[in-house]
Structure formats: structure tokens, C-alpha cells
Design a protein around this ligand. Structure first.
Ligand code: C5P
Length: 325
């Protein structure tokens, strides 16, 4: 029997791009949030050698470039184990969609392989394998609401935001993340006010937004006004996004793919209290007041020809409870 693991998707609640570092990566600030859409990863280990990827989706590579392959290879070497590893990816999440699917699939592979081998990696080894394979993997070692800094791979668990209904729209447009970063660099060269003299203007903007949010919602810390305190207590996610958070990728992705800006406007027209690109896209999400409002919006967007689904945020507790299928 293979070990089956749910591979949840994420969205980014704000994403601020800082300076390009010598490593070729940009300094980032983001808040990741896991959501209730998932792929399934099934792993078996038998006698023999090699790593085999099976996936019906032709867009998913089956060779060593696959993030699952790369993680499995590192796990075997780290645990000094041998065998033939077969990884089956049952795909529902969009490929290159900004939902972190490839990263999540890879971390799910790690969890499944450890269980299949009956041997656990040290937590620090999990993190170093995950961050070596990609900036968006480590968040899936935590799940729930996660602060990401560095190139996105330094992750810190935040107090989980209460469950919120979401509509996810996945356009067929594919956006290349490295190209979106390169476009950002070009834009920043032309608009020095975006980066400030030391390149950290966006990072400072993120800190200000998060600070405004946290000082309004931490129990015992006086909020700016009574009304605000009341609103914070009931809708922490909305209060956070309303603190002025943005996704910097929108500034370079929307001018190139105006249809994605239209999706954001469509979500807002359908009553989203906040709508944004996730990662570098092309997926967009809207936060809704209720499950019914989200369902109505998704129905209307689907009638307009969009791939729109209703989902919700997944807390860290639920993430771990549901990980093994
Ligand atoms: O780490 P990951 O594989 O997701 O990164 C893909 C590419 O995105 C990198 O090679 C780099 O060009 C770009 N990137 C970046 N800054 C980051 C994360 C990724 O420039 N913080």
C-alpha cells in the first residue's frame, strides 16, 4: 500500500519585493496561507533503485527537474537509504499557477517517503532539503498562516487567522516567476521611489502594514479607535488585508496580462472584500464575507467562462490532521 499525502495549496496575503541579492534571489516579505485545495501524492518504496514520477498531466515533468524527484533524492541520501521510489502525483491544482503546487507536492513527497521508510529526518534536515529545492517549499513544513522572509524560505508560524471563505480563479495564462522578478527589477530601475535609496522601501511598507494590523488585533494592545477594535475582533483576515497589503507582482504582471487585472476586478464586482494575485500568478483569489457570498460569486464567474472554485483557509492544526489521507 502506498503512503498517500494531501498536498495543500497556498495563497500569498501580500508579497513585497526587496533588493536583488548577490545570490540572484530577491529579498522578500510575504504571508503565506494554506487553503483547502489539494493534490494527492502517493509514494511507494520497493526493492531496486531509481525514482519514478507518474502523473497524467503532461505539463508535469517526470524527470530530475521535478521538485518531488529532487526532494526524494535528497531524503534518500540524507537517511542513507536505498530502494526504488515511485511517486504518483494526482493533479488538481494548476501548474505554475502561483498556488505553490510544485512546492507543496515536494514537501508532501518528503512526508510520505519518511513514513514509507519508517524513519524520520531531523527537523533541521527537513528545512535544509526543502529550502535547497525551492523558496516556496519550507512554508509547507509549517502550514496555516506563515510569515516568509529572506527569499521566502525563512518561515515563521503566525497565529492562525480564523477560517475565511475564498474564491480561487485559475486563468489558463501561465506566468514565469523568474521573468516576473526580472520585470520587477526593470520597473524598479525606472521607478526609484518603489525601492528607495537602499532598495528596502517595499520591505519597510510590509513592516508598516503588518505592524498596523498586529497592533490593532493583539489582545491587550489598545487599538486606534473603539470601532476598529470591534472590527478586528470579528474579521482578522479582512482587517489584515485592509491594512493596505499588496502583491508587488501585480505591478508587472497586470500590464502584461490585462486579462488578469480583469479577473481581479471581476472578483471585486462580485463582492470580494479583498482580491489579489497569488504569488506571481496567474491564479487570483478573493476573500468573501460568507460561504454563500463566495459560492454566488464563483457561480457568476464560472458563468462568465472563468475557472472559479470556492474554498477556504486551512489552519495549521487542520493541515496536520488532514495531511495523511
Ligand atoms: O526558489 P525558486 O525555485 O522558487 O525560485 C525560482 C526563481 O525565482 C529563482 O531562480 C529566481 O530567479 C527567482 N526568485 C527570486 N527571488 C526570490 C525567489 C525566487 O528572484 N526570493
Amino acid at each position: 500500500m502506498p503512503v498517500s499525502v494531501r498536498s495543500f495549496a497556498k495563497i500569498n496575503l501580500g508579497l513585497y519585493i526587496g533588493p536583488l541579492r548577490r545570490s540572484g534571489f530577491h529579498e522578500l516579505r510575504t504571508i503565506y496561507q494554506t487553503i483547502a485545495l489539494s493534490d494527492t501524492i502517493k509514494v511507494t518504496v520497493t526493492a531496486g533503485a531509481g525514482i519514478e514520477i507518474r502523473c497524467q498531466d503532461p505539463q508535469v515533468p517526470a524527470d530530475e527537474s521535478n521538485t518531488c524527484w529532487r526532494v526524494a533524492d535528497r531524503v534518500l541520501r540524507s537517511l542513507q537509504r536505498h530502494g526504488k521510489v515511485t511517486i504518483q502525483i494526482e493533479k488538481k491544482l494548476p501548474v505554475q499557477g502561483g498556488l505553490g503546487a510544485a512546492s507543496s507536492n515536494a514537501v508532501a513527497t518528503m512526508a510520505a517517503l519518511e513514513r514509507e521508510l519508517g524513519e524520520a529526518l531531523a527537523p533541521a534536515d527537513r528545512l535544509s532539503i526543502a529550502s535547497a529545492v525551492g523558496s516556496d517549499l519550507p512554508l509547507f513544513l509549517l502550514g496555516g498562516t506563515v510569515l516568509g522572509i529572506g527569499r521566502g524560505e525563512e518561515v515563521f508560524p503566525l497565529a492562525d487567522l480564523p477560517e475565511a471563505p475564498l474564491v480561487i480563479v485559475s486563468p489558463t495564462t501561465g506566468v514565469s516567476t523568474p521573468k516576473a522578478f526580472a520585470d520587477w527589477d526593470e520597473l524598479a530601475r525606472q521607478s526609484p521611489e518603489l525601492t528607495g535609496p537602499d532598495g528596502t522601501a517595499r520591505i519597510d511598507g510590509f513592516s508598516r502594514s503588518v505592524f498596523s494590523w498586529l497592533t490593532g488585533s493583539i489582545a491587550g494592545v489598545p487599538a486606534i479607535s473603539g470601532n476598529r477594535a470591534e472590527k478586528v475582533a470579528t474579521t482578522p483576515l479582512l482587517d489584515f488585508v485592509r491594512a493596505g497589503i499588496e502583491n508587488d507582482f501585480e505591478r508587472v504582471v497586470f500590464p502584461q496580462y490585462p486579462e488578469l487585472r480583469e479577473v481581479k476586478r471581476g472578483l471585486e464586482r462580485q463582492g470580494a472584500q479583498y482580491a489579489s494575485l497569488s504569488g506571481s500568478g496567474s491564479t487570483l483569489f478573493g476573500v468573501f464575507e460568507s460561504g454563500e457570498a463566495a459560492q454566488q460569486a464563483a457561480d457568476r464567474m464560472s458563468a462568465d467562462g472563468y475557472r472559479a472554485v470556492v474554498t477556504r483557509t486551512v489552519s495549521r492544526k487542520e493541515y496536520w490532521e488532514q495531511l495523511f489521507v
